[in-house]
Write a protein of this length. Structure first.
Length: 264
């Protein structure tokens, strides 16, 4: 599998450097707390998996890192600066990408839009933009569909295109919100192997319900349901899982979490 060439002029961080640092983060929507006193640090080149029930605040947490959601309390530090200043170094793949399936835009053109910036507004794409686009398309295995209208692709193929769009800027941090939701099971192993390559060059934060994949590929795991349960490791206690899912959970297979729910 081809590995992308990443920017050499991005700020350098040693292995012990925090790239995401959230302290006492609270987010409130219409009087309801979505996130409560979140404290977590993620370091350079780490692969963090975040698990938890639907509605537990996982997507909101990613948007706090991006600066798209402002906490009502707490401090957010991304790559040594505010989320707004660091956003250009973050690649983001949302859970659902809404678009007009009839709009005549090709795979290549969708990925190219990831190279847009305010500095390039109304200017043609450069040779470097097109080279980076081809590299990203190659990485996700969509080269043969480069000229295909994105609305004609399957859900899984579309998701691979959106991942390529996130990679085309050579991000320092990659945020993935349920990226495998529309991808065939047969392609998921290849996707996670691909993330192992990315981890050599960037920090990855993955929101997922696929606990078996998380237990195999990630470095650390956090449980989130309004409050976060995180021990800066891959270990998850039965108590953490039960507090996250609000029901009894069996923890089996050498600490690997499985959603095996007891009668309750």
């Amino acid at each position: 599998m081809k590995e992308v060439n990443f920017k050499k002029n991005v700020r350098k961080y040693n292995k012990a450097q925090k790239v995401v640092d959230l302290k006492h983060i609270w987010v409130n929507y219409y009087g309801i707390n979505v996130l409560e006193d979140i404290n977590i640090s993620v370091y350079d080149n780490e692969f963090l998996g975040i698990i938890g029930p639907n509605g537990g605040g996982k997507t909101t947490l990613l948007k706090v890192i991006l600066g798209l959601v402002l906490p009502c309390k707490g401090k957010v530090n991304i790559l040594g600066a505010t989320p707004e200043k660091s956003r250009k170094y973050i690649g983001y793949v949302p859970q659902h990408c809404l678009f007009n399936r009839e709009f005549p835009i090709s795979v290549e053109e969708v990925v190219l839009t990831g190279r847009l910036s305010s500095a390039k507004c109304c200017k043609p794409y450069s040779k470097e933009d097109k080279q980076k686009t081809q590299e990203a398309i190659d990485i996700v295995g969509m080269s043969e569909f480069k000229g295909t209208q994105i609305g004609k692709l399957s859900g899984g193929q579309q998701q691979r295109v959106f991942i390529a769009r996130a990679l085309v800027t050579d991000p320092k941090i990659l945020l993935l919100d349920e990226p495998m939701a529309s991808v065939d099971t047969s392609l998921q192993t290849g996707f996670y192997e691909m993330l192992k390559i990315f981890k050599k060059r960037m920090t990855i934060i993955l929101v997922t319900h696929d606990l078996s994949a998380v237990s195999i590929y990630v470095d650390k795991i956090a449980c989130l349901n309004q409050r976060i349960f995180y021990h800066n490791s891959k270990e998850i206690s039965v108590q953490d899982l039960e507090a996250t899912y609000h029901c009894p959970v069996d923890l089996i297979a050498h600490g690997i979490p499985h959603r095996v729910l007891k009668k309750h």
